[in-house]
Design a protein around this ligand. Structure first.
Ligand code: ADP
Ligand code: MG
Length: 294
């Protein structure tokens, strides 16, 4: 006969097979740039696996610095970045390379190699898995090429594979960026203002792709976003930064109930609704029906 507590624990085990669900834990993270700019001040928060965490904050509040510290594109000055118990802030060399390939990165301006083909751009997502000699030859194993095609299919741009990256529309380029990140077989994706260069309809189409990776593949997403509508629609949790400090943490419910006034309090007057000013608010389907290219 199980006690009630034991029964509940057993049930919890069934629901969540890993007893200690893995997560990202940022502890007292501080970044001071060489010129003395304090971009992050003692920032601490936790991201359980499977979250779609949105980071909000004014331009200059430290969002990019935070995302770049997490995958060590820049080195934090102080603090810990614990991912499944390993402090990423301390890793170097091969260990860092191994962890970093599990973290996909998506950029506002896509960061594609403009003159290379879409397929080649996607394949570069695999470089972290290849020995250095192989990456220097620029030749990829057949299984990687197959994987690239699958990623392109999934993102709906297989028909663009042989075009030069800069021949694609912005929305398509960002899909290439996501396909490239997928090649890493990532456990976590960091997206730094991934839709800031796109119109609102394309913004939804890109965020829906990220949402599908989050929900269907269980990839944790950390994403900075600008518009309250998008934050409310996609975030499962939100953190707010102001001048490098963490000033807000909210759950999915908190965010859904957030008024424009509260959003502005965290975000400042730059806060906007995506539909503001008569912008496009229609659905993706409507957009396609109008013949829009994604
Ligand atoms: P956000 O992404 O929220 O706009 P950033 O992380 O880019 O903010 O910047 C945070 C602060 O750090 C800003 O004051 C910015 O000017 C400064 N900063 C960013 N990169 C550097 C750098 N390489 N050197 C010095 N200061 C920087
Ligand atoms: Mg930024």
């Amino acid at each position: 006969m199980l006690t009630r507590g034991a029964a509940v624990r057993r049930l919890l085990c069934i629901v969540s097979p890993r007893e200690n669900a893995s997560m990202l834990e940022i502890r007292n993270l501080t970044k001071i740039y060489d010129d003395g700019t304090v971009a992050l001040k003692n920032v601490s928060f936790t991201v359980p696996d499977g979250e779609f965490l949105v980071i909000i904050g004014l331009s200059g509040s430290g969002k990019s610095t935070l995302l770049r510290c997490i995958n060590r594109l820049i080195d934090p000055t102080e603090g810990q970045i614990l991912w499944n118990g390993v402090d990423l802030a301390q890793l170097e060399g091969e260990e860092l390379r191994k962890v970093r390939r599990q973290i996909g990165m998506i950029f506002q301006h896509f960061n594609l190699v403009k003159r290379s083909s879409v397929l080649t751009n996607v394949l570069t997502g695999r470089l972290g898995y290849l020995p250095t000699w192989r990456s220097l030859t620029g030749r990829f194993p057949p299984e990687d090429i197959q994987r690239a095609w699958q990623a392109l299919e999934r993102l709906g741009i297989a028909d663009q594979a042989h075009k030069r990256a800069d021949e694609l529309s912005g929305g398509q380029q960002q899909r290439v960026g996501i396909a490239r990140a997928l090649m890493q077989d990532p456990k976590m994706i960091l997206a730094d203002e991934p839709v800031a260069s796109l119109d609102p309809v394309l913004a939804h189409s890109i965020l829906q792709r990220l949402e599908s990776l989050n929900r269907e593949d269980g990839i944790t997403v950390l994403c900075s976003l600008h518009y309250l509508d998008l934050v409310q629609r996609y975030a499962t949790r939100v953190i707010g930064l102001r001048q490098g400090e963490l000033v807000y943490e909210g759950s999915r419910e908190d965010i859904r109930q957030m008024t424009d006034a509260q959003f502005k309090e965290i975000y400042g007057e730059e806060a906007e609704r995506i539909g503001a000013g008569g912008g496009i608010t229609g659905s993706i389907e409507e957009h396609s029906a109008r013949g829009g290219a994604a």
